[in-house]
Design a binder for this molecule. Structure first.
Ligand SMILES: C[S@@+](CC[C@H](N)C(=O)[O-])C[C@H]1O[C@@H](n2cnc3c(N)ncnc32)[C@H](O)[C@@H]1O
Length: 294
């Protein structure tokens, strides 16, 4: 084996989801690297990122990287890491809801050592801000934007499957090529269309519009925004203030969760919602309605 192999390094660095959330490890990685790529395309509203990294690096080693730099031309970055320390910096955590594991796989295959430096994840902070039980989150989905030209049948099914396991669903919201996040109400309207199509194929009534919905935007200094609607149908019709959101479709909430969620949302009373819908979904789960992929 080449003597340098195993020493050369690709660093996948998490820069946190907001300024001020950088770990000492992340700062040290950026100082140590010969070249620093900064990608903003996986995180909406991350215009601050490039400047923050450039200020920390303090010289001209910082380069902006587009999606095609990291996905289509990834071999150029991997080749560079054969004789230099290359850092790829991401807002939030680089391994949460990104495609950077494929860059890591390509580097490992080329004999380049990969180091993962975790960052403060916006997705995890969003879940935390709702105060719902960490153990009750099931598979995560992304609500696609209309620009993808797809109707999200599999997202609807995943929400039902999570409900069958009595688990909450975290739905991330798509980001377009300009780094703009999908409007939550538009995403939910498309989801409900996906539910109509999916449910008719599964031979069951479409029920997602009756489930409650929580929108959450994790902020800084404990200033998180938690908003809830008694139904996804209502959220589809609502206008939502700008922000970077994730959506949570809760399974049946425990009394403690109902109370904590109300506190997190700054509301006087717990979320009102249609409790019967959980019963109907539960009966469908027992009949195996959601088992067949469509
Ligand atoms: C493609 S994912 C990348 C996540 C990132 N790697 C991380 O660790 O947070 C981007 C999505 O995560 C969610 N997200 C990121 N930051 C958030 C925040 N501060 N509050 C709520 N949701 C957030 C949003 O749904 C956003 O569209």
């Amino acid at each position: 084996m080449d003597g340098r192999r195993g020493l050369v390094t690709l660093l996948l660095v998490g820069w946190g989801y907001a300024p001020g959330m950088q770990t000492l490890e992340a700062l040290e990685a950026v100082h140590r690297a010969d070249v620093v790529y900064v990608e903003s395309y996986t995180m909406p509203g991350s215009d601050w990122l490039y400047r923050s990294v450039a200020e920390a690096a303090g010289d001209g080693r910082v380069v902006r990287a587009s999606r095609s730099d990291l996905e289509e031309r990834s071999s150029e970055i991997v080749s560079m890491a054969i004789d230099r320390v290359v850092a790829v910096v991401t807002a939030g955590d680089p391994m949460v809801a990104t495609t950077h594991s494929s860059l890591a796989a390509e580097a490992l295959e080329a004999g380049v050592r990969v180091r993962y430096i975790p960052g403060v994840s916006g997705v995890q902070a969003a879940r935390g801000a709702t105060m719902l039980s960490f153990y009750r989150f099931g598979g995560t989905v992304t609500l696609p934007g209309p620009w993808r030209g797809v109707t999200p049948l599999s997202v609807a099914r995943r929400i039902y499957l999570n409900l069958c396991a009595d688990l909450h669903t975290t739905a991330l919201l798509d980001v377009d090529d300009q780094g703009v996040q999908l409007d939550p109400s538009v995403g939910v309207r498309l989801l409900l269309r996906g539910d109509e199509e999916y449910s008719s194929l599964a031979g069951a009534p479409a029920l997602l519009a009756r489930l409650p919905a929580i929108l959450v935007s994790a902020g800084v200094g404990g200033d998180h925004r938690v908003l809830y609607w008694s139904s996804l149908g209502e959220l589809a019709r609502a206008g939502v203030e700008r922000g970077v959101y994730s959506m949570i479709v809760p399974a049946r909430l425990s009394p403690v969760e109902e109370w904590l969620l109300a506190v997190a949302a700054g509301e006087q009373s717990p979320l009102e919602f249609d409790r019967d819908v959980y019963k109907i979904v539960g009966e469908n789960c027992k009949k195996g309605v959601y088992m067949e992929p469509v």
